[in-house]
Design a protein around this ligand. Sequence first.
Ligand code: DGY
Length: 385
Amino acid sequence: MSLVVFPFKEEKPEVLLRNVRIALAHPRVKEVLCVGASEDHCFRAVSAAIPELSREYGKRVTVIVQERLGELRPGKGDGMNTGLKYFLEETQHARIHFYDADIVSFSEEWITKAEDAADEGYQVVRHYFPRSSTDAMITWMITRTGFALLWPRSALPWIEQPLGGELLLTRAAAELLLSDPRVRRQSDWGIDTLYTFSMVAHGLPIYEIYIDAGKLHKLYGALTDLKTMLIECFSAVQGLKDEDVPAGTVHHFEYPGPVRQGVKERVGYDFERTLWLLREKWTDRQVELLELFPRPVREGMLACREYPRFSFMDEDAWAETYLVLLERFDPADADWRELLFKLWIARVLQYTTAVALRGYDHALHYLHRMVARYVHRALLGGSAA
Ligand code: DGY
């Protein structure tokens, strides 16, 4: 039997409660745990609804505030690790599922497919979804790029959605993850990177299941909304750069189905508002830091102070930039954080206009090939056209 965990922060209580009900109704689910970032209005609404839910389904439902377990900004990482700790210390269930609390397309199928794959013997089951070609820009440009450049022989670059928060772990997998000090300290947005990294580093067999309905959740505006996530996800990769990851993890994935028009047509962020971020918040020190980067990047970024530019930040320029960032980026330094943000924006805008404009199928094929070219580059140098 399984425990289902929903980490949450300031969500709409009706969305979370609907998802809790779906989980409780599932025959494989014995218990549901909601882990709140604080005692916000959602926490209070869910707490008030619990006694009745428990009675109605005859199953245990609990809501708790996340513990302070890690060492970085207290965030999603503490929430997920609190869920893991509860699962291992307070229950005897065989499996744990995590789902983001704000998903409006959550259904019984998400649980069933994960349970079916676990029945086949996989220790980790990850859900992946069709996403628009301009969504997932941290996933593609930061996480998958970094995994390819740093661990080209491992399964890491090939994990479809390494930042996905929807997954199932067996008890043994949960034990390995929570006892990994690298995972435990990662209290911020970097947690998904660390879970993915640790499961591959420990050689756990992984199955990625495809959820056709997609993950409909809140939309982003200008890319500023993602700034903290970007910085924490990059720092998470950077903090791991000297670690070894063995090749040979069993990693299978379900072939994706046809993607709905709505997902294909969806625009992931507000282009115009994002464009102007390239001109903002320049300091003399950021200009100095640009000296560390290859000339086209340095000159292109300097020109942004007058007028937003980005066509210079192609795939190769981004790889060069990324390698400098891995060595030099300092997450404690506000100028470095702002510079990383602007460099990433230049990459996202270049990709959007040069690749995503040509259509969804072209873009998704490009992104997958881009990862493969980065793997090739890391193994053999240069790029594999
Ligand atoms: C990502 O890149 O996957 C983040 O969720 C932002 O879309």
